[in-house]
Design a protein around this ligand. Structure first.
Ligand code: MN
Length: 304
């Protein structure tokens, strides 16, 4: 089943990638108001609700998907856990960069992206004002959790997955903590919809492609992951409980590169969908998007 959120947080079932049937009236407690707690509850209760959702879809008139504004399929995830350097060829390209930051290549490690960095299909992403810094695209398989999972072994982990979606992990390269460099507003485009897990029997066989202004930049496959989705979920859930609607960004294949204002970025995950965003430059006079903190001298001890 392909599920989209659209317009004022309505819910639709997507058919053939071009039509959508509005099932909003069958969703318990649905409201357009932030922070949309009914979305993780819908995911958690999905198998019980499924018969009535399918019935609602069968009764709804199909409408063209071009006529709606698509929203992130999990618009306010509790957590976004992301895999670092999780494709063999991408790890190699990062290690080969001049001035390589070893913090960018901690293979087999996870970090967090801010949930508030999520945007949907066709969003306009305004870049932060960071003179001299490169900002890159990373096309990824996004994994949406379906049931609370804590300390789950890899062999069981995929049973806890609700579905999959396209995810871009936009990233400021260079110095600084990864979680901060990847958490600016708009830095986690998700969509255009989610595909429930029974339609993706093996998440390790998907093509991952990304185009910048029509030119292909990334052309990989999830087969190249260093650690599988199941292994990354086991690793993350060994530490923090994962909840319905949480997201795993599972890493990016090689071919990452800089983006700038005016760029149109599209990515495609085999069989799942195609996600597009437009990149806008920081407006003139925008404040610097990085505030120096560093190590505070001891003489300024606040006494706390
Ligand atoms: Mn990434």
């Amino acid at each position: 089943m392909r599920i989209a959120l659209f317009d004022d947080y309505r819910v639709g079932v997507v058919e053939a990638g071009e039509r959508l049937r509005d099932i909003s009236d069958a969703i318990p407690d649905r409201t357009p108001a932030w922070p949309w707690p009914w979305v993780p509850r819908l995911i958690a209760a999905f198998s019980e609700l499924r018969p009535q959702l399918e019935k609602a879809a069968a009764q709804a008139e199909p409408r063209a998907i071009d006529g709606v504004r698509l929203l992130p399929p999990t618009p306010w995830p509790g957590q976004i856990v992301a895999a670092a350097a999780n494709y063999h060829e991408h790890a190699a390209e990062m290690a080969a960069r001049p001035g390589h930051n070893p913090n960018e290549g901690l293979q087999g490690e996870i970090f967090l992206k801010a949930p508030a960095s999520v945007v949907g299909h066709n969003a306009a992403v305004t870049l932060p004002n960071l003179p001299g810094r490169e900002i890159h695209h990373e096309a990824e398989l996004g994994v949406i959790i379906g049931r609370r999972m804590y300390q789950v072994a890899a062999v069981d982990a995929l049973d806890f997955v609700f579905g999959y979606t396209c995810l871009m992990d936009l990233t400021v390269r260079g110095r600084g903590d990864r979680s901060r460099r990847k958490s600016y507003a708009g830095f986690t485009p998700l969509g255009p919809w989610l595909v429930t897990s029974e339609e993706v029997p093996d998440p390790q066989t998907l093509a991952v492609r990304l185009w910048c202004n029509g030119e292909i930049r990334q052309d990989g496959t999830t087969r190249d992951m260093v650690y599988s989705v199941a292994e990354m979920l086991a690793y993350a859930s060994a530490v923090m409980p994962l909840y319905p609607g949480d997201v795993l960004a599972s890493g990016t294949p090689s071919g990452v590169g800089p983006i700038q204002g005016g760029d149109h970025i599209e990515m495609e995950l085999g069989g799942i969908g195609r996600l597009a965003v437009d990149i806008l430059a920081a407006p003139p006079g925008a404040p610097l998007a990085e505030v120096g903190l560093g190590v505070r001298p001891k003489s300024r001890d606040s006494g706390c």
